[in-house]
Each structure stands twice: as structure tokens, then as C-alpha cells.
Design a protein. Structure first.
Length: 358
């Protein structure tokens, strides 16, 4: 039987492929290039977090302190001396806060067995079935401790070196940024060729400085009052170490969502550890939660205004992303970075675009 050639069996009639136009392909290529560059940049930021994260934090702090630097220069203080003063004050504040936290945390660690015993007695009905299950699974010797875990101590000591290195990078970046901020601003503005671009760049820089200074200045005052209230609350509740609780609450306030959760859980555990009654154990944590809710949703927005309001979902996404990217430093500067992006987007948004009603 004669077989037809393959060319005759298959329809090889030329057909126009449903490809995109050359302009669309060029747009896709540009978008792909931008996407690949963005992924590469994110990977680089993640891999260099020990260096880049302290530098970003120092720039944010330097921008917040920019208004104080301008005031110092107006009083005749040279930028070099102002930068030295800001760096010294920042170093002293960090050292004092770290010393207070570590000393008080040491006291808590010393009393950990006592707290554990009180919690076990208070929650005995809940923990007893779990304890029986643990013994059945792992044996009666599961609760016996073999002494101090030297591996944990080594890990803690090993983590001090990167922390000190990050602190030095932060202080050095803060010093040089504050000292050369005016010259850096001028060079960034003059680097733009067109007058319109120079004005837009100047508006962005001024807007970022004003927004961060107002936001952090107002937040520092409000959260400072909340920290003082927390210290008073823990003192009246008999939790001890009110200075530790105050510093802890103040720092945690700058970490959206997670900060208040951590403080609430800590107050809850401490309350149950020092009180035998449920109401007395719950009271400090519940009071703190209510006061923090009022401060975050009523007091602070009333001070900073609606201009700095950001969608909570975007704040949460930014917090999760920058925490994964840079750890604790990323959690602290997640909100400022989102605020900076908001100001930049507002500057480039079309002025004649219709706005939807609230």
C-alpha cells in the first residue's frame, strides 16, 4: 500500500500565529526586565540585611531628626557638631535601654521557676492532662533538666558580635547622614535636568521629612505617655520592674499589630504568675489592651490627621514583608517605609484624576 509523504499527510499551510504586536512584545520585555531586576534587588537586600538594615534604620532616624538638625544650624551649630550630638544621644539611649532591659530580664529569669510553679498551680486543671500525655510519650524523665545548655549560651554570645557590628553601622550612618544631609539634598535636586523634576524631587524630600518628623514626634509623645501608664499599671498590679515594662511597651508600640500582642501576652503571663485569682491576673493585660486600642485608634489619628492614615491591610503586609526581609529592624521601620512610599505615590499621582467620595 502506497503511503503518502508526510508533507501531504499533514496540513502545513502557513497560518498567521496569534502573536502579540511588536509594541506589545516590547512592553512585555520591559516589564519582565523590571520584574527580574526587582527580584534581584530584593534578593540582594535580603542577603545583605546585616549591613543594609542598620543603614536604612539610620536614614529613617536621620530624616526624623532632620528638623532638629535644621534648628541647630539656625542657632549657629555646625552640622558636624549636630551630627556628633545626635549620634552620641542615640548611642546613650540604646545602651541605657539595653541595660535596663537586660538587667530586668535577668531578674525575671531568676524568678522563672517561681512563676512557672504559680502558673502550674493556677492552670493545673488544664496542664495536668498534657503532663500525663507527655510522661506517657517521653517517659518519666522528660522533665528532668540536665543542667545549663551550653549550646544556648554559645549561641547568645555568638549573636552579640553581629548586634554590635549593626550598632556601629547604624551610628556611623546616622552621623554621616545628618552631617551631610543638606549637601546630599542639594545634589539630589540638582541632578534632575528639568525644572519640573527638580520641583517634584524637592516636594518629595520635604514631604518625607515633614511626614516622618510629625508622625514619629507625635507617636513618641503619645507612646511615651502610654509607656508611663503601663509602668504605673504594672507597679500598682504588683508585677514588679515597672521601668522594664515601660520601656518594653514604648518600643513595642512602634511595631504594628505584633507589638501590642507581645506586650499583652507578657502582661497576661506575669499577671497569672503573681496572682492566684483569674480576675486579678487578667486585669493588667485587659486594661493595657483597652488603653492601647484607644490610643492607636483615637488619640494618635486625631493628632497626626487623616493625611497619614494607611490601610491596615497594607500596614500588615508591609510589616510581614520587612520582618521577613530584615528581622526586628524591618518590623520597626516597616511603617515609615510604607509612609514614604505613600508620599512618593501621592506626588506622582495625576492631579486632575477624579477622587471617589469617602
Amino acid at each position: 500500500m502506497d503511503r503518502k509523504p508526510l508533507r501531504e499527510q499533514v496540513d502545513v499551510t502557513e497560518r498567521k500565529a496569534p502573536f502579540l504586536s511588536s509594541a506589545a512584545l516590547a512592553a512585555v520585555a520591559r516589564a519582565s526586565s523590571v520584574g527580574l531586576f526587582g527580584l534581584a534587588a530584593l534578593f540582594a537586600l535580603h542577603e545583605t540585611s546585616s549591613i543594609v538594615a542598620p543603614m536604612f534604620a539610620a536614614v529613617v532616624v536621620g530624616v526624623v531628626l532632620s528638623r532638629f538638625g535644621d534648628r541647630a544650624q539656625s542657632l549657629g551649630i555646625p552640622p558636624f557638631l549636630a551630627a556628633t550630638g545626635f549620634a552620641a544621644v542615640s548611642a546613650i539611649a540604646i545602651v541605657v535601654a539595653a541595660t535596663a532591659l537586660t538587667s530586668r530580664l535577668g531578674a525575671f529569669v531568676d524568678r522563672a521557676p517561681e512563676f512557672a510553679a504559680r502558673l502550674s498551680a493556677l492552670l493545673g486543671g488544664i496542664l495536668r492532662p498534657l503532663q500525663i500525655l507527655k510522661i506517657q510519650l517521653f517517659g518519666a524523665g522528660a522533665d528532668k533538666s540536665s543542667g545549663v545548655d551550653m549550646g544556648s549560651i554559645t549561641a547568645v554570645i555568638g549573636g552579640l558580635t553581629p548586634a554590635l557590628g549593626g550598632l556601629l553601622i547604624f551610628l556611623a550612618t546616622l552621623f554621616f547622614f545628618v552631617a551631610g544631609r543638606a549637601d546630599l539634598r542639594r545634589k539630589i535636586v540638582l541632578a534632575q535636568a528639568r525644572r519640573e523634576n527638580r520641583l517634584a524631587t524637592l516636594r518629595i524630600l520635604n514631604g518625607v521629612e515633614d511626614a516622618l518628623a510629625l508622625y514619629f514626634g507625635s507617636a513618641a509623645l503619645v507612646y511615651g505617655a502610654l509607656a508611663a501608664f503601663t509602668a504605673l499599671l504594672t507597679w500598682l498590679s504588683g508585677l514588679g520592674a515597672p521601668l522594664l515594662w515601660g520601656v518594653f511597651a514604648f518600643v513595642a508600640c512602634f511595631v504594628p499589630f505584633f507589638g501590642v500582642t507581645i506586650v499583652f501576652v507578657a502582661l497576661l503571663a506575669a499577671g497569672f504568675a503573681v496572682n492566684d485569682q483569674w480576675l486579678a491576673g487578667l486585669a493588667p493585660a485587659l486594661i493595657y489592651l483597652v488603653v492601647h486600642f484607644v490610643v492607636d485608634n483615637a488619640v494618635l489619628p486625631a493628632i497626626v490627621g487623616r493625611r497619614f492614615e494607611i490601610n491596615p491591610f497594607l500596614v500588615f503586609v508591609s510589616l510581614v514583608f520587612w520582618t521577613w526581609m530584615w528581622g526586628a529592624i524591618g518590623a520597626v521601620i516597616a511603617a515609615p517605609l510604607l509612609l514614604i512610599m505613600k508620599i512618593v505615590v501621592e506626588e506622582f499621582r495625576e492631579e486632575d484624576a477624579p477622587e471617589l467620595p469617602d
